[in-house]
Design a protein around this ligand. Structure first.
Ligand SMILES: [Zn+2]
Length: 94
């Protein structure tokens, strides 16, 4: 008994497709947080509330008038608006 085994070459018709990797553009939508610049500058910064009294920490500029605070420079105040400098009165001892 002869078994004829016809060996048929199994042609594998496999179309080798080049793997086309679709460039997945991962668009990372980075939501830009809106810059909220908190301006802490305010008139209230120059005030100090003591109890019910409102204390003014800085003096007004004599030239510019009320509303223009003078910067504290240690021994003197300086107006950043006009440049007026006013020396602090000597601290009364006692
Ligand atoms: Zn001034």
């Amino acid at each position: 008994m002869s078994e004829e085994t016809a060996e048929k070459p199994t042609e594998k018709l496999v179309e080798e497709k080049p793997e086309e990797k679709p460039e997945e553009k991962a668009e990372e939508k980075v939501e830009k947080p809106e810059k909220v610049e908190k301006r802490k500058k305010g008139v209230f910064h120059h005030y100090k509330v003591e109890g019910e009294e409102l204390k003014r920490l800085l003096p007004f500029c004599e030239r510019c008038g009320p509303g223009y605070f003078m910067a504290d420079h240690g021994d003197r105040y300086t107006c950043g608006h006009c440049g007026f400098t006013r020396y602090k009165p000597a601290e009364a001892s006692g």
